[in-house]
Design a protein around this ligand. Structure first.
Ligand code: NAP
Length: 326
């Protein structure tokens, strides 16, 4: 903590971006405090540890040649942040006042924290259809995922029939990626035309092993420990049918965790992600930085988020030094 009970740097969020920012800030002797968040049952809410808490095996994070489970990886990030003295607090930040410095942050346990600088790393959550069995199988590694790039290459999906739900660029990209592993990729879309760009559609539809099911919504996910199929309903005729699949990838968009910033003056883009100014991690408010998926609707990978967390901590350190905050 700095002088007069004001924190030098407060980090909000505990995914790869938040913990990496914490590791760098702690090693730079900024004595950071990191608001990790409170656990929630609903995976469509921001969880402590972030989206990797819902990822069974992480095989694309460099340094783990054998892969690592998402929760295990986040436990290691957390330990590393704590090892250098980061204070970890199990609370959410519910409201921020950025109008005057020092900034004032309000916590979910009704406390206030004052800060010279803030790093926002609250992430984004995948949108889910909202079915009980979808949530159950997503949480238990039962073949339901919201990230083909994270999970699609796992052995359980090799040469299997896989389904992707959605009709945007993400669905095209995810389905395209899965064509490398799957025997068949079914794209299930609720209308009779895709929202995705023409070029992404054409790239996907050029694959022999892709079948599009138009005008269909998923009404249930079938199977015990592992998905065995999906129940579908035709949006035009109302007709019900079942489709046998061994994996389901939900690609119906993401929602960045920026609601708690409303009224703060932080500029968001049209998709409600934080807009960064220039190359670095600065937001439009001096002293407030952002990192990870909350400011990145494009890459959304653990490794890119960690890189952004590092940049935010370095940017905050330089900014604090320029302000004369030791
Ligand atoms: P998106 O463009 O909002 O598309 C979401 C898709 O999911 C839409 O087709 C929508 O159907 C469908 N959907 C939404 N809710 C649904 C529900 N409850 N049940 C069934 N279907 C549902 O989201 P996105 O594809 O994630 O893309 C987000 C942004 O990132 C876009 O601007 C996109 O261009 C960009 N992006 C770009 C790339 C790239 O260029 N490489 C890759 C990925 C994403 P309707 O069409 O009927 O609304």
């Amino acid at each position: 903590m700095g002088n007069n009970g004001v924190e030098k740097v407060v980090i909000i969020g505990s995914g790869p971006a938040g913990y990496t920012a914490a590791i760098y800030a702690a090693r730079a002797s900024l004595d950071p405090i990191c608001f990790v968040g409170v656990p929630k049952q609903n995976p469509s809410l921001v969880l402590p540890g972030g989206q990797l808490m819902l990822t069974t095996d992480v095989e694309n994070y460099p340094g783990f040649p054998e892969g690592v489970s998402g929760p295990e990886m986040m436990e290691s990030f957390k330990k590393q942040a704590a090892r250098f003295g980061t204070r970890l607090v199990d609370a959410d930040i519910t409201r921020c006042e950025f109008g005057e410095r020092p900034f004032v942050l309000h916590t979910s346990d009704n406390k206030t924290v004052r800060a010279h600088s803030v790093i926002i790393a609250t992430g984004a959550t995948a949108n889910w259809i909202g079915l009980d069995n979808e949530m159950r199988l997503a949480q238990t590694g039962g073949g339901v995922s919201a990230c083909a790039v994270c999970d699609g290459a796992l052995p359980m999906f090799r040469n299997k029939r896989l389904a992707v739900v959605g009709g945007g660029d993400s669905a095209m990209e995810e389905a395209n990626y899965l064509t490398k592993f799957a025997s068949t990729v079914y794209v299930i879309h609720r209308r009779d035309e895709f929202r995705a760009s023409k070029v992404m559609q054409e790239r996907l539809l050029g694959h022999k092993n892709v079948t599009v099911l138009w005008n269909k919504v998923v009404t249930d996910v079938l199977g015990g420990e592992h998905i065995s199929g999906v129940a579908l309903k035709d949006t035009e005729t109302g007709e019900a049918s079942n489709l046998e699949v061994d994996g389901l990838f939900v690609a119906i968009g993401h929602t960045p965790a920026t609601k708690f910033l409303s009224g703060t003056g932080i500029v968001l883009d049209d998709k409600k992600y934080i807009k960064l100014s220039g190359q670095g991690s600065a937001t439009n408010i001096e002293g407030v930085f952002a990192a990870g998926d909350v400011a990145d609707s494009v890459y959304r990978q653990a490794v890119t988020a960690a890189g952004m967390g590092c940049r935010a901590a370095l940017d905050a350190e330089r900014w604090l030094a320029a302000q004369g905050v030791e």
